[in-house]
Design a protein around this ligand. Structure first.
Ligand SMILES: Nc1nc2c(ncn2[C@@H]2O[C@H](COP(=O)(O)OP(=O)(O)OP(=O)(O)O)[C@@H](O)[C@H]2O)c(=O)[nH]1
Ligand SMILES: [Mg+2]
Length: 449
């Protein structure tokens, strides 16, 4: 094996800045030919990492642009390869010309995410960090951006690696015991082992909670508002979003279509979904609205079940079977009315008035709590559904291994399940990752990233 990664035989080029016009556009070239391309287009390579002004010329000697050139010799570059950056004037034609000139000199157009993929393959970033580059760029709130930056700096990966180390220590302990069968093994009386198992279980729980909060920070939370007609669902959407998005009238059955509004609760991105009131005898249009409401419920991360606190003889049953796998928050509305009453069983309910806005702060706090983000800020990082899935698989392996130990004292099964758990966890940072998975992850990136 040579030290050269097999992957990087060719040299890639793309605009690193967004398409369109701007003050400056950056064309980035990465790979073994970057050196020759730099010499050809600039006359000579700039000193490493020093912005150097000059003319950019093509092979025919025509000046395409003038600007700054930056030279990052490997391995001290984003991709770990030789990287040349040309900072030219931000016009689409200028960029196209510069890219065409580099292609004449042996580069090829980069595929989506290919720069990040090379950075990953050259150990500049692990997979979770590479994904955080894309998440940082796409982040919709300041908190999400901060959290993505923390993932990028390796906080999430460190937490995953710590858990991996614990799993490996546990596995070594078990395997050492299996390998010396002359000593009677009684795993269940091995206090050190049981202590380690408890530690790993706790570490799984805490990492899962943080990763889940990180997923919500990244993707936001879909909160679907349901309830009977006239309960005040649309009024609630309006008061929370601070906009007059939804039509509000005293006619039951006003809302017929799904309405969506994005709000930012202290950095938690929430997509509120207002739906048609659920009732038994709808007209045709309303019936379609109710069908859409049910569909929206399927994608909900949380449900607000809005009820009219002033309605006499209200039934305590939901108008519709509500999802059982996501939190459902009961919201008693119209508390400003004199005949409004608190529920007997409504301990975990929120009381408010969509009309006056009173009580809506408590609802915002409750939404943050549901997202696991009451105190977002310090220590939060972004995570993706992919990471949660891998974490869940690892946890299931761990649990079934521990189960086998408890039921049958089966150390071999525990050792094998721990190995599988380790593999699943390793997918998060890319320690164990198939080419196929890599292809899928990086193809979602933009070109030039
Ligand atoms: N007093 C009072 N009236 C409210 C409050 N919230 C809503 N209303 C009134 O209740 C009526 C229905 O409000 P909407 O927001 O349209 O109710 P909805 O649940 O969206 O109704 P549909 O779309 O028909 O299902 C309107 O006349 C509102 O002005 C509240 O907190 N207090
Ligand atoms: Mg409505």
């Amino acid at each position: 094996m040579s030290g050269e990664p097999l992957y990087a035989q060719d040299t890639i080029v793309a605009a690193a800045t967004a398409p369109g016009t701007g003050g400056v556009a950056i064309v980035r070239i990465s790979g073994p030919a970057a050196n020759d391309i730099g010499r050809a287009m600039l006359g000579a390579l700039p000193a490493p990492r020093i912005a150097t002004v000059g003319a950019f010329v093509d092979q025919q000697g025509e000046v395409l642009d003038e600007g700054l050139a930056l030279w990052f010799p490997r391995p001290a570059s984003f991709t770990g390869e030789d990287v040349l950056e040309l900072h030219g004037h931000g016009g689409p034609l200028v960029v196209a010309n510069l890219i065409a000139a580099t292609i004449e000199l042996g580069a090829r157009r980069a595929e989506p995410g290919e720069f990040s993929r090379r950075a990953f393959l050259n150990d500049k970033l692990d997979l979770a960090q590479a994904e955080a580059v894309a998440d940082l760029i796409a982040s919709g709130t300041r908190q999400a951006a901060r959290a993505a930056l923390r993932t990028l700096s390796g906080e999430f990966s460190n937490a995953v690696n710590e858990l991996l180390e614990q799993l490996i220590r546990l596995r070594l302990h078990v395997e050492a015991a299996i390998d010396f069968p002359e000593e009677e093994i009684d795993f269940l009386s091995d206090q050190a082992l049981l202590g380690q198992i408890d530690q790993v279980r706790d570490a799984f729980a805490s990492l899962a909670a943080r990763a889940n909060a990180g997923r919500v920070l990244r993707d936001g939370m879909q909160v679907v508002i349901v309830g009977r007609p006239n309960a005040g669902k649309s009024s609630l959407l309006n008061v929370l979003s601070g906009a007059d998005t939804a039509i509000v009238t005293e006619v039951a059955g006003t809302t017929r279509d799904i309405l969506r509004e994005r709000i930012d609760i202290d950095g938690l991105l929430v997509e509120l979904v207002d739906t048609a009131g659920l009732r038994e005898d709808p007209d045709q249009i309303e019936a379609e609205g109710i069908r859409r409401a049910r569909a929206a419920l399927k994608n909900a991360d949380a449900v607000l079940w809005v009820r009219d606190a002033s309605a006499a003889g209200k039934s305590s049953a939901p108008p519709e079977p509500l999802p059982t796998d996501v939190p459902v928050l009961q919201v008693y509305n119209k508390m400003d009315l004199p005949n409004a009453r608190r529920a007997h069983d409504g301990d975990c309910a929120v009381y408010l008035s969509a009309k006056t806005g009173e009580g809506t702060d408590a609802l915002r706090t409750e939404l943050k709590r549901l997202a696991g983000l009451e105190d977002i800020g310090e220590g939060s990082f972004t995570a993706r559904q992919r990471h949660l899935d891998a974490l869940l698989r690892a946890r299931q392996n761990f649990d079934s291994g521990v189960g086998a130990l408890q039921k049958a004292g089966a150390g071999e099964i525990l050792a094998e399940e721990l190995r599988l758990a380790q593999e699943a966890l390793g997918e998060i940072t890319g320690r164990f990752t198939s080419d196929d998975l890599l292809g899928r992850i990086f193809s979602e990136f933009c070109i030039g990233k």
